[in-house]
Ligand binder design. Structure first.
Ligand code: DGJ
Length: 718
């Protein structure tokens, strides 16, 4: 059997080299290479092999999927660990491998799969490496290390890497904070490590999310890009590393705390999947992730219902009459799902107390939730409930009864955050208690949806009484509990919320059906947040609500239309107190909800596109139907442009061979002050324009006030 393996799918080629005695190396990951015979693969290997000059070793360097000192790698190693100071530099030898084409992977995805087994007899370690090229063209790799020694082996890190070429000279990743998630940052890909490390026990409001490498200035529509993402919702790191010799890799894995994983004889630790998406431009890179999520086992069925959420409408001020009235008004506006947010349980009248006591508060809901749910159902909506199962307030019945279920290190539970601590779900009794409390609620009430929040960081999360760090086990326990609840209550949907987009990754998306985009509903902030999130998450799984104006988080004021033009692309909802909206605003909201319902078939199945417009104040994005017969584009002015007009903007993603009727779309453009003289001719007189012209030349814009926008529809006529 040849030991040069070529996997090829969806325009992507991956060539793995198993000729050496060590672990496989990815020789090539990039654009499809076509059919290559053994001789051609050998030629590829020959031309890719670096010369020995200036190498500290007497043999050429190569980068194994888990790079090791033993193979000459002087950077961050793939396996870190030891048996009390021994066996710390493993030297794995491949023992056998299997190759399977078009198989159904464990999660149901179709893949070409390379599975390699290796061992280090001296260090008494076994290793299994999986490389899968999925039908979407996504590449994913992971490894599992098994200890075969009598003395325990402490795993400090298990990381996998993917190589990128020298022309990938620039990096893009993300940071963020509460109510400002997914802020992009770009840096040159220099020698050293650009490592984005997350120690908050969740994916993070400041998550890197994805590290993308590409040629300087790569954009949404151009530039060959390689992006990696670690599919795990606890501590993790993704990084870009370049060595003195020019070797460049993108890598990642879980970020383990000292002593977190200690393997006894025969025990195994498996790293999370590291996903890699290669494509021309960020849109195509994101499309591979979207397809992946859309074809996953947890992907929700049916159109995404319009949500009305009570949080910004009433906060903790829950009352049957008040919420009943909001429910009726919301249904009249077109809402399809009513979500009762924080404040319905235990002693939870504010955010200082009650977390952990998951029974309906008799003070607030003396007749239970039935009267409210009946009213919600009568109004034609389904019912959703907010929970925060991993958290506990010290002022709660649960904390008083079971202080030993709270994470602690030494004698301290650490700083509180939002007055709360973290409940240790790795404690079997705590897990069983919370599972049964949630299960009882789901049995007692017809709950279609849980908004599953997570508002505190897991720092110093030590299991009692051992004191050992338990972030890995806690993360796995949460995944398990979500799956268990969904198995017991088929059709239940779960939203992953963590003070906004603090737990958004491909790991949690294997267990949940929606992510909360941010605690800010300010459309200016949301425009940027959605762009960042959409590099991984398909928009229909991102919760986006039309909030009140002025925005509760920023104080900015925006027209209803601009708030709606920002939210309709995602999973739409609103959280306005509908008793305070005037007749006109209520009617406008209803019109936008109708527009969303009319277009969600397109918005939630199509291809997301973003134009690379040179004016940073103007953003153009859209969704094109899979058959490219129709598209909807949004134009947003984030601030005032330095020059006006900014010149024609391209409408990306259309079929260059067809003609499209282009029109301004939507119930009411957010900038109502258009003067006829400011309107380009195509607005006054709908035009049929060749797709090629729209993609290459573009269209002139309507004059826009800052922080406003409008929509353009494109419908193929030939
Ligand atoms: C944080 C969430 O992100 C908000 O939407 C809201 O649910 C609050 N928690 C409730 O405490």
């Amino acid at each position: 059997m040849t030991r040069l393996i070529h996997l090829q799918r969806a325009g992507v080629s991956v060539v793995a080299d198993l000729t050496g005695p060590g672990l496989p190396a990815i020789l090539y990951w990039g654009a499809g290479l076509g059919e290559l015979d053994d001789g051609q693969l050998a030629a590829l290997r020959t031309v890719m092999k670096p010369p020995i000059s200036h190498n500290p070793y007497d043999q050429p360097w190569h980068v194994e999927i888990l790079p090791s000192f033993a193979s000459g790698w002087l950077g961050r190693p793939g396996v870190e660990g030891s048996r009390d100071g021994q066996d710390w530099s493993p030297c794995f030898q491949t023992t056998d491998f299997e190759l399977a084409s078009g198989i159904e992977a464990a999660d149901g995805r179709i893949a070409d799969q390379l599975r390699v087994r290796a061992a280090d007899q001296h260090a008494r370690l076994g290793l299994e490496v999986e490389v899968e090229l999925l039908a979407t063209g996504l590449l994913r790799v992971r490894a599992a290390v098994t200890s075969q020694g009598d003395e325990s082996y402490t795993v400090a890190a298990l990381r996998t890497v993917l190589p990128v070429p020298a022309r990938a000279a620039e990096l893009l990743d993300f940071t963020g904070r509460h109510i400002k998630e997914r802020i992009p940052q770009r840096t040159p890909f220099t020698v050293g490590i650009h490592s984005r490390e997350q120690r908050s026990g969740r994916t993070g409001l400041d998550a890197a999310s994805v590290i993308v490498a590409g040629p300087a200035g790569f954009g949404y529509r151009s530039g060959e890009v390689w992006g990696v993402h670690a599919a795990f919702s606890g501590n993790q790191a993704v990084y870009a590393e370049q060595l003195y010799n020019g070797a460049r890799v993108l890598g990642g894995g879980e970020l383990l705390q000292h002593g977190e994983i200690i393997l006894g004889h025969g025990d195994t630790y498996q790293s999370p999947w590291l996903y890699g998406s290669h494509a021309e431009g960020l849109d195509a890179m994101a499309a591979r992730f979207h397809q992946h999520v859309r074809t996953g086992p947890a992907y929700p069925a049916g159109p995404r219902p319009v949500v009305v959420n009570t949080w910004e409408a009433v906060y903790f001020d829950q009352d049957l009459d008040l919420l009943g009235e909001i429910a009726d008004r919301a249904a009249a506006v077109g809402a399809e799902r009513f979500v009762l947010d924080d404040g319905w349980f235990g002693g939870r009248r504010d955010d200082h107390r009650g977390l952990g006591d998951w029974y309906v508060s008799p003070d607030v809901w003396p007749q239970g939730l039935d009267p409210l749910i009946s009213r919600v159902h009568q109004a034609g909506m389904d019912f959703g409930l907010w929970v925060e199962p991993e958290m506990i307030n010290l002022d709660s019945d649960l904390a008083r009864a079971h202080p030993e279920w709270i994470f602690k290190t030494g004698d301290r539970a650490g700083y509180s955050s939002r007055h709360q601590h973290v409940l240790d779900l790795t404690h079997p009794d705590a897990y069983a208690h919370i599972l049964s409390a949630l299960d009882a609620l789901l049995n007692a009430y017809p709950i279609a949806y849980l908004k599953w929040d997570h508002n505190r960081l897991l720092v110093e999360a030590g299991h009692q009484p051992s004191g050992r760090p338990a972030i890995h086990a806690q993360t796995v326990a949460v995944y398990r509990m979500m799956d268990e609840l969904r198995a017991r209550h088929p059709g239940l949907e779960i939203e992953s919320c963590a003070s906004g987009a603090g737990r958004v990754d491909l790991g949690i998306l294997e267990h949940t059906q929606r992510v909360w985009g941010s605690d800010t509903n300010d459309p200016i902030e949301r425009q940027q947040i959605h762009r960042g999130l959409e590099l991984i998450v398909p928009p229909e799984l991102i919760g986006a609500h039309i909030g009140p104006s002025p925005s509760h988080t920023t104080g900015r004021t925006h027209s209803l239309a601009f708030r709606a033009e920002t939210a309709i692309w995602c999973h739409l909802g609103f959280e306005i107190d509908l008793r305070s909206t005037g007749e006109e605003e209520t009617a406008d909201l209803a019109a936008w909800v109708r527009f969303y319902k009319q277009h969600r078939g397109l918005l939630h199945t199509g291809t997301v596109v973003n134009a690379d417009h040179p004016d940073p104040a103007i953003w153009i994005s859209g969704v094109v139907s899979p058959d490219r017969s129709r598209a909807l584009f949004g134009v947003a002015a984030l601030r005032r442009s330095d020059t006006w007009p900014p010149g024609p903007v391209r409408l990306p993603g259309l079929d260059p061979g067809r003609g499209y009727r282009i029109e301004v779309a939507g119930p009411s453009p957010s900038d109502q002050a258009w003067r006829p003289s400011e309107l380009p001719d195509w607005v006054k007189d709908a035009q049929v324009v060749p797709g090629l012209v729209l993609a290459q030349a573009g269209v002139q814009l309507i004059a826009l006030r800052p922080e406003s926008g409008y929509l353009i529809s494109a419908t193929a006529v030939i």
